[in-house]
Design a protein around this ligand. Structure first.
Ligand code: PEP
Ligand code: MN
Length: 263
């Protein structure tokens, strides 16, 4: 707990304070061709961080599990080529050293938000962390999980609201916009992709998040969602992401914030 907003640096960009972060990219790193096209488009539209999973937490063991180190290599290459820092998920303590060799930011997914051993070890790295809210976690639970990382020595945590489970089944999860801001000094971003699971709802929920005071958004984008190996139905098309970025820029200006392009 302290009064001043924490600003987290990720590569050459920042999230928090007056800096609005825009994390975009495919759910999973698939082929070089897909990732290259997606990275080019999100960079051109103004995203500040490229995302993509190499280790994927899938409900079914028979679904695509990610390309592992090959995926990390592809993501690093795309990040370097387009001048974007990269964020990717770490699912297990055994993966930390490997992921740290490639990524600028480590993602803890919703399913691991209370994997306390993972949080403690991530807290001993010097990489900024994107900590996603568990699907049945309260805001207090989320803050205590962040505290595990901070208490282990890593102060650079960005929180992410990505919807919680509810009785409602029109959307994949239920976006809890009221949970953001005012709870603590850490930056908090919103992921309308996993929160809704629906491409048609993402732009409006992303705009609402920025209007509600979020420090950024986290959006899945794919050039060919019908061929995506995970989360295709919730990937924005690049042209939809272009349009969303125009809106977000206007909102940022209204709220005295800026989207700092990593250079
Ligand atoms: C993801 O970011 O692709 C992901 C698996 O998210 P979550 O952990 O929020 O479900
Ligand atoms: Mn996903």
């Amino acid at each position: 707990m302290h009064k001043a907003d924490t600003v987290v640096s990720v590569g050459n960009t920042k999230i928090g304070g007056t800096n609005l972060g825009v994390i975009a990219g495919p759910c999973a790193v698939e082929t070089h061709e897909f990732l290259d096209q997606i990275a080019a488009r999100v960079k051109a539209a103004g995203a500040t961080i490229l995302r993509g999973g190499a280790f994927k937490p899938r409900t079914s063991p028979y679904s695509f599990q990610g390309h592992g180190e090959k995926g990390l290599q592809l993501l690093r290459e795309a990040g370097n080529k387009y001048g974007l820092p990269i964020v990717t998920e770490v699912m297990d303590t055994k993966q930390i050293d490997l992921v740290c060799r490639y990524a600028d930011m480590l993602q803890i997914g919703a399913r691991n938000m209370q994997n306390f051993e993972l949080l403690k070890e991530i807290g001993q790295t010097n990489k900024p962390v994107l900590l996603k809210r568990g699907m049945s976690a309260t805001v207090k639970d989320l803050l205590m999980s962040a505290e595990y990382i901070l208490a282990s020595g890593n102060p650079n945590v960005v929180l992410c609201e990505r919807g919680v489970r509810s009785f409602e089944d029109l959307t994949r999860n239920m976006l809890d916009l009221a949970s953001i801001k005012g709870q603590c000094h850490l930056p908090e971003i919103v992921d309308p992709s996993h929160a809704t699971g629906r491409r048609d709802l993402i732009p409006a929920m992303a705009r609402a998040a920025v209007a509600a005071g979020a420090d950024g958004v986290h959006v899945e984008v794919h050039c060919c969602p019908e061929k995506a190996l995970s989360d295709g139905p919730q990937a924005l098309l690049p042209e939809q992401f272009d349009a969303l970025m125009k809106d977000i820029r206007k909102l940022a200006e209204m709220f005295g914030k800026r989207i700092q392009s990593p250079s």
